[in-house]
Design a protein around this ligand. Sequence first.
Ligand code: FEO
Length: 393
Amino acid sequence: MEKAVQIKDGIDWVGAIDWNVREFHGYTTSRGTTYNAYLVRGEKTALVDTVKAGFFPEMLSRIESIMNPADIDYLIVNHAEMDHSGAIPLFMERVPNVQLIGTDNCIKALERHYRQDLPIQKVRTGDELSLGNKTLQFLEAYMLHWPDSMFTYIKEDCILMPNDGFGQHYASYHRFDDENPLETVMGEAAKYFGNILMPLAPLIPPLLKKVKKMRIPIEMIAPSHGIIWRSYPEKIIQAYTDWSKGIADDRILIIYDTMWQSTETMAKAISQGISAAGVENKLIHVRKNHRSDIMKEILSSKILVIGSPTINEGIFPTVAELLIYLKGLRPLKKKGVAFGSYGWGGEAIPAINDAMKAMGFEVIDPGLSVMYVPGEEDLENCVALGEKIAASL
Ligand code: FEO
């Protein structure tokens, strides 16, 4: 039997640990993930979110370790995506009289997902639900990251349950931030933000302002993935504030693909120039790194130096794919430079420049292209370009 884990008096984690998931709709989850559900027990009882359908038995077992599931009065649906709502139909079979609670958009999304008439009550920002000695307050979080998204706040305990917000794909037996390696958890939180929330970043500061205005002190953040922030909630809130404003480190990424190592040789020479200026930089070969990992690196870097050989009068497909992915994620406040080798046309460089301009990058140099294999003078030009890029930080 699985056990519930108490996170505060009357509040227990009853979610599931997915140790072996390695791919999450196109995002690599090398450390697995968790689907967090929470049981809040006052005079009445509410379950906040469920788990992915296949993990229903694990959630049920954790609930049964502390109470009879049939006695649950409310199911708060913070988000309709199936990693959190997938177990709802199974849960409804076991607890048919439970009252569901969600936003108007959540009602519509659940109808489209499960095609059944669910007993769901609509709530709006500021609405409250009393469980007796515990009060749940709701905050609509439109487009963070779906139209239905909602945060639930437990007033007496100052716990925010923001579903995907502040989450990380990270599997662990330990439930809290101070029980896990913080740097690793923060890295997974950054990857999550970079791949899931970044396109919606402009909505985050107004939401955080709204939270402040509602005067709700936050002592603990219990998201729907990964660990619970009990010792470092301010750290993750500050990180979200910075990421949502496009604040990055003085760090340069050189992202490239290569056919016959000419573009790679250029990448290394550019890196030499940047390193000589004492600036942190990193080379990333796009075929040897997954795009979701590259996004984490992009989030924390001010300048992207993007290299591609020219092929078929255009950008090398892997670099083009990354640029398409990046465009959808709408990075803020980036600077960029293009480089690469070519045989006869050299069309990749202007195409990368166009892509960067379309994303609002400040293009700090027209870019550098080299015919076939770089010679000594070409490499000196690459080093000089690296120095120029470093100086533009
Ligand atoms: Fe974790 Fe948007 O689902």
